[in-house]
Design a protein around this ligand. Structure first.
Ligand SMILES: C[S@@+](CC[C@H](N)C(=O)[O-])C[C@H]1O[C@@H](n2cnc3c(N)ncnc32)[C@H](O)[C@@H]1O
Length: 254
C-alpha cells in the first residue's frame, strides 16, 4: 500500500461525488484519499522559497475539479490559490461549480439547492447531502476566517503554451496535480494538438507548463501505467502506482 501521507481513514463519505460535490454522468471522480496522498508527496518535494509559504495549485486537465475542491477541505492551511483549466467548456463549468464550494456563499447556494431537492423529492440521499453540506459549512467558516483560498478557472488546451500562460495571467504555479485523459472515457482533445499530431500530448503539456512554474515547483501526473511521462526539462523525483494508475512526480531542472 503506497499511502505515506493520507494514512488515516477519515470520513470520506462527507466528500462523496454527487452528494455535496457536483458530479456529471460519465465523469469518474478521482479518489479523495489518493489526491491527498499525491498532494502530501508534492509538499514533501516542494522547495518553497520561504518558511510556511502557501502554494498555488494548478490542474491543466481539471475535468469537474472534484479532486481539487475536496482536497482543499483537507489541505486548506497549505493552499493560497487553486487554478483549474480544461479544454471542454461543459466540464469546466462543472469544475467552476465544485470550486465555488470553497466559499461560504457558494456552499450556501449548494445548501439551498439540496434543500429544494429534499423538499421536492424527499430522498434520503438529499437529506444526507444536506447534513454533510452543513458540516462542511462549519469547517469552511473556520477556514475562511483564517484565509481565503482563491480560485480561478479558464478554458485552455493544456498543450497550448500560450493559452495556459494567458489563463494563469502571471500567477506562478508551485504544485501541479493532474489526472491525464486515459483514452477510454476521457481522451485528449485538441485545439492545437492537431497541429503537432506527430508529438506526444503529454510532452506538449509538460512543455507548456515549464514557463509557468515557480522555482522549486513539483508536477504530479497521474495516468495509466503504460503512459510515458518524461521530458528532458524535468527530472523524475518519484513515482508510485496504485491499481491501474501510476503517479509520476517531476521537478523542472534548474
Ligand atoms: C481524466 S479527466 C480529469 C478528471 C478530473 N481529475 C476529475 O476528477 O474530474 C481528463 C480531462 O482532460 C480533459 N482534456 C482532454 N484533452 C485536453 C487538452 N488538450 N487540454 C486540456 N484538457 C484536456 C478532458 O476534457 C477531461 O476533463
Amino acid at each position: 500500500m503506497p499511502y505515506r501521507f493520507a494514512r488515516d481513514r477519515e470520513n470520506y463519505e462527507l466528500y462523496a461525488s454527487g452528494g455535496v460535490f457536483y458530479s456529471a454522468p460519465g465523469h469518474a471522480a478521482f479518489p479523495v484519499r489518493l489526491a491527498n496522498e499525491i498532494f502530501g508527496r508534492c509538499m514533501a518535494l516542494w522547495d518553497a522559497d520561504g518558511e510556511g509559504r502557501r502554494c498555488t495549485l494548478y490542474d491543466p486537465c481539471c475535468g469537474g475539479a472534484y479532486h481539487l475542491a475536496t482536497l482543499a477541505y483537507f489541505q486548506w492551511d497549505r493552499l493560497a490559490r487553486i487554478a483549474a483549466s480544461d479544454i471542454d467548456p461543459d466540464i469546466l463549468a462543472l469544475g467552476a461549480r465544485n470550486l465555488s464550494l470553497l466559499t461560504v456563499d457558494g456552499l450556501d447556494r449548494r445548501i439551498a439547492e439540496l434543500d429544494d431537492l429534499f423538499r421536492q423529492f424527499g430522498k434520503a440521499s438529499h437529506a444526507t447531502a444536506l447534513e454533510n453540506a452543513r458540516i462542511l459549512r462549519r469547517r469552511l467558516v473556520a477556514f475562511t476566517r483564517d484565509h481565503p483560498v482563491e480560485t480561478r478557472t479558464f478554458r485552455a488546451d493544456a498543450t497550448d503554451q500560450n493559452a495556459v500562460r494567458a489563463g494563469l495571467a502571471g500567477t506562478a504555479v508551485d504544485i501541479v496535480i493532474t489526472d491525464l485523459p486515459y483514452g477510454q472515457r476521457s481522451r485528449w482533445h485538441a485545439d492545437t494538438v492537431a497541429l503537432n499530431a506527430a508529438q506526444d500530448p503529454v510532452r506538449q503539456m509538460l512543455d507548456s507548463l515549464l514557463p509557468v512554474l515557480a522555482p522549486g515547483a513539483v508536477v504530479a501526473v497521474a495516468a495509466t501505467k503504460r503512459t510515458r511521462i518524461e521530458h528532458e526539462g524535468y527530472r523524475r523525483a518519484g513515482r508510485f502506482s496504485l491499481g491501474k494508475r501510476q503517479t509520476v512526480f517531476l521537478q523542472p531542472r534548474g
